[in-house]
Design a protein around this ligand. Structure first.
Ligand code: ADP
Ligand code: MG
Length: 249
């Protein structure tokens, strides 16, 4: 049984069926890419998995435990972390503060400005946050304002905010969207290294096939709310159904 199972999930927005009977089984320790044309339902699927959206029918199981019906925060506390399509960082805070916040949020339920003063192991948390910033290549900028970072650096910061939670499953929605080729390659290297060092299961929504081929063990292709093909990157590459989905989408 996989670490994450999506079972017969349906989700409509008004008359639009964004997810149409989706089934997915993610093997622990793998990088699983979800690709497909715009509007295929990829982000909706991710949002259902992290509790941002409630499916109309069906269930999502994490290590056999239902996620459906739990709040995003509860799901986060269970060990599921995510990186959204648009970076969500605190622009007015330093990089270091941004990395410390998720630690407190996971631990205490929500972050308030007063929370830090009550933390008993401040030094330990700060050390860990610094080590993680180091591992994503942002150590020197740790006291900078996060709002001034380049897009690539914001992505790296988001990954650090995700890693500091020591998640068991990470979901990333288009981690290289809008990046330059150089930043994309740096992100690939970072994710590949994360995979070697931590082996955390990852679901990556991605449109850049170069990223998919560099990182994914398995690929699910979605079209019009339904997974249509699953296989290794090489298996799906020449599949006429995949080409058709993109041309028809
Ligand atoms: P993808 O990430 O694959 O591009 P999405 O999951 O974002 O696709 O969207 C799937 C479909 O659902 C699209 O047609 C989109 O317009 C629609 N959709 C997504 N979110 C909403 C929403 N909150 N309200 C209404 N329609 C939505
Ligand atoms: Mg999307």
């Amino acid at each position: 049984m996989g670490i994450l199972q999506v079972q017969n999930v349906n989700k409509s927005f008004g008359g639009l069926k964004a997810l149409n009977n989706v089934n997915l089984d993610i093997t622990e320790g793998t990088v699983h890419a979800v690709i497909g044309p715009n509007g295929a339902g990829k982000s909706t699927l991710l949002n259902v998995c992290v509790g941002r959206l409630v499916p109309d029918t069906g269930a999502v199981l994490f290590n056999g435990r239902p996620l459906t019906g739990r709040s995003p925060h509860e799901i986060n506390q269970m060990g599921v972390a995510r990186v959204f399509q648009t970076p969500e960082i605190f622009a007015d805070l330093s990089l270091l503060e941004n990395v410390v916040i998720p630690t407190l949020a996971v631990r205490d339920g929500s972050f308030t400005v007063n929370a830090w003063g009550r933390v008993d192991n401040q030094a330990e948390i700060r050390d860990r946050a610094e080590a993680i910033l180091e591992s994503v290549g942002l150590a020197e900028k740790r006291h900078h304002h996060s709002g001034n970072l380049s897009r690539g650096d914001k992505r790296r910061l988001e990954l650090a905010m995700c890693l500091v939670q020591e998640p068991k499953l990470v979901l990333l929605d288009e981690p290289t969207a809008g990046m330059s080729r150089a930043d994309t390659n740096a992100t690939i290297d970072l994710l590949a290294r994360m995979q070697e060092e931590h082996g955390v299961t990852k679901i990556i929504i991605e449109h850049d096939m170069h990223v998919v081929f560099s990182l994914a063990d398995r690929v699910t292709v979605m079209a019009q709310g339904t997974p249509i093909v699953e296989g290794t990157p090489n298996e799906i590459k020449g599949d006429p159904r995949v080409q058709e989905a993109y041309l028809g989408g």
